[in-house]
Write a protein that binds this ligand. Structure first.
Ligand SMILES: [Zn+2]
Length: 66
């Protein structure tokens, strides 16, 4: 039985870049080894806050068009 992986924030300790990582099932998502913005290897994982989770679920296509 696969153990569900909880979503987490992958963030850069240098420039503030961050990404909400939501694993699907037992498939491991792609993770950056270094920051895509500043190339720092100082990346951190932490539990997402409520705002991070909400922001991650909002897709631009779902925005109300007015
Ligand atoms: Zn960075």
């Amino acid at each position: 039985m696969p153990i569900p992986i909880k979503p987490f924030m992958h963030s850069c300790g240098e420039c503030g870049w961050k990404q909400l990582v939501e694993p699907r099932g037992d498939v491991l998502p792609f993770l950056h080894k270094s920051c895509p913005d500043c190339d720092s290897p100082n990346l951190q994982k932490r539990a997402p806050g409520l705002l991070d989770t909400l922001r991650g679920k909002l897709k631009p296509a779902r925005r109300i068009p007015w």
